[in-house]
Design a protein around this ligand. Structure first.
Ligand code: ATP
Ligand code: MG
Length: 418
């Protein structure tokens, strides 16, 4: 019997890997441009890292984690998000002792959540994320939003806006929570069972419940923005003016609270509006207390996580076209020349030219079909009358233009043309 992949887990087959590599290259380029360095952390961590870091009452910890006992009886968990592991590594690797802020990114980070698989929702997905540790300045919130904005712009995502909000801090939030609870208690008959539970455990999360009837019930919910303390208010005002000064368009959405407990002050999401509603491609915010909650000294921080599969899903088709075929496909007019052509592609490769030929004895017509399938940019035709005159024929597959080039120094001639 054939064995299938687990539900909600996907292979990236070679035809798609090129697109992934293209996206990864651009992500790395932008991360560098903004001064972020890569960090890689293990796929599994001690379960308590997430129950303490992400929060016991969140959906992720309560329902979605892949948690196992290892052979030594320890409870371990596959990463359900990227930040907690990076914070642990920052502390364990003494990165806090270097110059701050410490700017880190991760890419292709596998994230596991036991969710109901559906379009745009996998059980293993991958994230690109950035984290900036060691500054409470709102200019860094703006910088991180700017990085996300320009990245998504490069990928040509349509109708994406960044929505921002502030959920306050330990000084002003308790007062807001109290007011929110009072409001929610008047709406109990309209709320889903999950939200009824959340009223006591995690009332902020009612605000981003995805069920329509809950959303209708909370249209008039009190707003955090009206109840911020002076520090949080100033932080939010400064963030807005940095975004305006750097031409980053944004909307304020007072229903954005984010699904993880660790956020303080700024929270944001990059959201695409489609005919079927909204889809979030990237979410993040400030988490000034997480590092101290995980055993470090007070270190304010801000970051985001971007779903790479979600990004690919939302990219327009024309932004995904694969242009990465070989520079040269060598076409053999007669089978006797194969060994000669085999040496030719090797010579091309030694000169940094991506080259390919047919190993399966296809006809000339078949070889051209194959070259097209591979997206070859040029075909070098070996054989016939040209070969007897010490020449090759070179065909540009985009323009259809043909020319003859001398066999002497052909690799240099081709290199200069590419
Ligand atoms: P959602 O509200 O859609 O469940 P989330 O708040 O759980 O998202 P985050 O924890 O902020 O998501 O993760 C950051 C990004 O990772 C999301 O914006 C999304 O692009 C992506 N993502 C989250 N969960 C999944 C999933 N199950 N499958 C694919 N991508 C996901
Ligand atoms: Mg989720």
């Amino acid at each position: 019997m054939q064995i299938k992949a687990l539900k909600g887990m996907k292979d990236v087959l070679p035809e798609k890997v090129e697109l992934w590599q293209y996206i990864e290259n651009i992500m790395r380029y932008y991360a560098k441009l903004y001064g972020y360095n890569e960090i890689r952390t293990p796929v599994v961590e001690r379960t308590e890292l997430f129950s303490r870091g992400v929060g016991d009452s969140t959906d992720i910890v309560q329902k979605e984690m892949y948690t196992f006992k290892d052979k030594g009886g320890r409870s371990i968990t596959l990463k359900p998000e990227g930040t907690a592991g990076v914070v642990r590594a920052f502390l364990e690797g003494n990165l806090y002792a270097d110059t701050l802020p410490c700017k880190l990114y991760y890419i292709n980070n596998p994230i596991f959540r036991y969710e109901a698989p559906q379009s745009g929702r996998l059980r293993e997905h991958h994230q690109f994320g950035v984290e900036c540790f060691g500054s409470k300045s709102p200019s860094l919130d703006a910088e991180i939003i700017s990085l996300g904005f320009h990245l998504l712009e490069t990928f040509e995502l349509k109708n994406v806006r960044v929505q921002i909000n502030s959920i306050g801090c330990e000084k002003c939030r308790p007062n807001y929570i109290k007011t929110l609870k009072e409001f929610l208690n008047t709406k109990k008959e309209f709320l889903c069972p999950d939200c009824l539970n959340r009223i006591e455990k995690n009332p902020l999360r009612v605000l981003d419940c995805k069920i329509d009837s809950c959303q209708n019930a909370i249209i008039e919910a009190p707003s955090t923005l009206n109840m911020l303390c002076e520090e949080c208010y100033d932080h939010f005002e400064n963030l807005k003016s940095y975004l305006i000064k750097t031409n980053i368009p944004f909307d304020i959405n007072q229903k954005i609270v984010r699904g993880l407990d660790y956020y303080t002050k700024t929270v944001f999401e990059f959201v695409q509006s489609t005919d079927n509603g909204f889809l979030t491609v990237c979410g993040g915010g400030r988490y000034d207390n997480l590092i101290s909650e995980l055993g470090g000294s007070y270190t304010p921080a801000v970051g985001f996580g971007m779903g790479m599969e979600r990004l690919i899903m939302l990219m327009p088709q024309e932004a995904k076209t694969n242009t990465n075929g070989p520079d040269i496909f060598v076409c053999n007019l007669s089978k006797e020349n194969f060994e000669y052509s085999f040496a030719i592609i090797q010579k091309l490769r030694e000169n940094g030219i991506v080259a390919e030929l047919d190993h399966n004895g296809r006809s000339v017509k078949g070889q051209f079909k194959y070259a097209n399938k591979l997206n070859a940019k040029n075909v070098l035709i070996v054989g016939g009358d040209e070969l007897s005159r010490n020449m090759f024929k070179l065909k540009n597959m985009e323009t259809g233009k043909e020319e003859e080039i001398s066999i002497d120094g052909f690799e240099i001639t081709i290199k200069n043309k590419l």
